[in-house]
Ligand binder design. Structure first.
Ligand code: BTN
Length: 321
């Protein structure tokens, strides 16, 4: 965002003269006026107060690396290589590049907008500027790909924990890795795997997309929700949400690495939005009622012939009308 520095100066809500803003940013007053116009074209409300200057009317939720780091335990800040970007193709792709460059520390990327946001099953993830959270973390696991069973469910539990801690009630999880609120999908998790760099060492990119301020969604073909719409009484800060999610993921990952999926089964299950619902899977070959996940993170359907486990990636579950 070209006007980010200007918006930072205006973000205190006070009236600032064009002269003051120009001096602080080292540009002309005409350049300030152009930036104000551009920001207004992007939907940000700025009042021009005759003879006095400019005042931000709408609240802007700017991303800021230091503010994210402030939300983390001090000992964790050192372990991360946090990259806060204005624009990127995909934060997952960015983390993959950081891994390839051999970052050393755990790479984490957050962006204000994505030009090629990736969703599951090759879908596009709509990533409008300034509205939502686009966050990716590079996680390293030892023991080969086999140790990753259930990881995306663990990430869902971590995101739900973070949101509940921030005051969001009724966070639901839809197998395998969607975050739901009662009125629709709030976010999704895209787990991408990199080949084994060394024997048994696997690199996972955990990409989390969460609707924060979004009020319109073009090209989204299912009911959706956002934090600002569901909890308008909370002043949402993407920096704070990012910090809470990073903390929750960093809390969950060592438990999963050491002990596996077991400890996460109950916290996942109690948020299962399919529990007790009539479901269909494998293109209609399996029909029954949702009854949670097994120890490996497969979804279970209670059918007339008994419980049938459904593996992630194989099929999608549909609620029968
Ligand atoms: C889904 O399809 O539900 C998963 C969506 C995951 C979107 C996030 S946004 C941050 C990260 N970067 C991407 O390109 N995708 C993930």
């Amino acid at each position: 965002m070209k006007s980010k520095a200007l918006l930072e100066l205006l973000s205190d809500g006070q009236v600032h003269s064009g002269e003051f803003l120009a001096a602080r940013l080292g540009v002309s007053r005409t350049a300030i006026w152009k930036q104000i116009r551009r920001a207004m074209d992007e939907g940000i409300e700025i009042a021009t107060i005759r003879g006095r200057g400019y005042q931000l009317v709408s609240r802007v939720d700017l991303l800021d690396r230091d503010s994210v780091l402030q939300c983390l335990d001090p000992w964790r800040r050192e372990a991360l290589s946090l990259n806060v970007l204005d624009e990127v193709d995909s934060t997952n792709a960015e983390v993959i590049r950081q891994v390839a460059a051999g970052a050393g520390k755990m790479p984490v990327a957050i962006a204000d907008c994505q030009t090629a946001g990736r969703g599951r099953r090759g879908r596009v993830w709509q990533s409008p500027r300034g509205e939502n959270l686009y966050l990716s973390m590079g996680l390293t696991f030892h023991g080969g790909f086999g140790v990753l069973d259930g990881l995306s469910l663990v990430l869902g539990v971590a995101v739900a924990n973070a949101l509940e801690q921030l005051g969001v009630p009724e966070v639901g999880l839809k197998w395998p890795n969607d975050i739901f609120l009662p009125d629709g999908k709030l976010g999704g998790i895209l787990v991408e795997l990199q080949g084994e760099l060394e024997e048994g060492v696997v690199q996972v990119i955990a990409g989390i997309g969460l609707n924060v301020h979004m009020s319109r969604a073009e090209g989204v073909d299912q009911p959706w929700s956002s934090l600002a719409r569901t909890c308008p009484e909370i002043v949402w800060s993407r920096n704070q949400i990012a910090g809470a999610i990073i903390e929750a993921v960093l809390d969950a990952v060592p438990i999963f690495s050491d002990l596996g999926f077991g400890d996460f089964r109950e916290p996942w299950q109690r948020r299962d939005i399919f529990m007790g619902k009539p479901l269909q899977a494998r293109g209609g070959d399996v029909e029954g009622v949702g009854c949670g996940i097994d120890d490996n993170g497969n979804y279970q359907i209670r059918t007339a012939d008994g419980i049938v486990p459904v593996r992630a990636g194989e099929i999608s579950l549909r609620v029968m009308q």
